[in-house]
Design a protein around this ligand. Structure first.
Ligand code: SF4
Ligand code: SF4
Length: 164
């Protein structure tokens, strides 16, 4: 996994133009069974991907925290939401609450998330490859393939199995 992670940004750069073209076509004419196909590809990839051997999303990019996330996680720590925000979060350029620093403060040395049960929605859903109407998040996916080996492999599998 370490070697794959090291090579991933370069491999994603090499595939960028091809991926961009593919997603442009996908957006124009998404296959009727796209949700089903994505579910299959996502499940197949995550059956063989060990996120605990990776944690690259938690190490290199943080999630955004919704108000519901902040309330739930603050409650878990028996803190007020405002205390939680002051201690762990900042506002980014898009006016979202994000972590003050990466790797994520809640990531352990063993790659376990110390707030797994109450983690942000964005962490639960990352890399969003089982999302319905997947063609709508192509710009995000083009970025995620440089961070997430599973997303990279899923996009490669999409290009092989979806003929557009
Ligand atoms: S979701 Fe992707 S980047 Fe995050 S730990 Fe799993 S494989 Fe790695
Ligand atoms: S909250 Fe947990 S899952 Fe989310 S980035 Fe931090 S360590 Fe990873």
């Amino acid at each position: 996994m370490d070697e794959f992670l090291e090579e991933l940004p370069q491999r994603a750069r090499e595939k960028h133009a091809e991926n961009k073209k593919f997603f442009a076509k996908l957006k124009k004419k998404p296959p009727k069974d796209l949700d089903y196909v994505m579910q299959e590809l996502h499940e197949e990839e995550f059956r063989r991907t060990d996120c605990l051997a990776c944690a690259n999303c938690c190490k290199t990019t943080g999630p955004l925290f919704t108000n519901a996330d902040i309330e739930r996680i603050a409650k878990h720590f028996r803190m007020k939401p405002s205390q939680f925000i002051d201690r762990y979060l900042r506002i980014d350029e898009e006016n979202d609450h994000v972590l003050q620093e990466v790797p994520c403060t809640f990531l352990g040395a063993d790659n376990y998330c110390s707030i797994y049960e109450v983690r942000p929605k964005a962490c639960r859903e990352f890399p969003h490859t089982d999302r319905k109407k997947f063609q709508q998040i192509s710009n995000l996916t083009l970025k995620n393939v440089a961070i997430c080996p599973a997303a990279f492999n899923i996009v490669e599998a999409m290009k092989k199995s979806i003929k557009i």
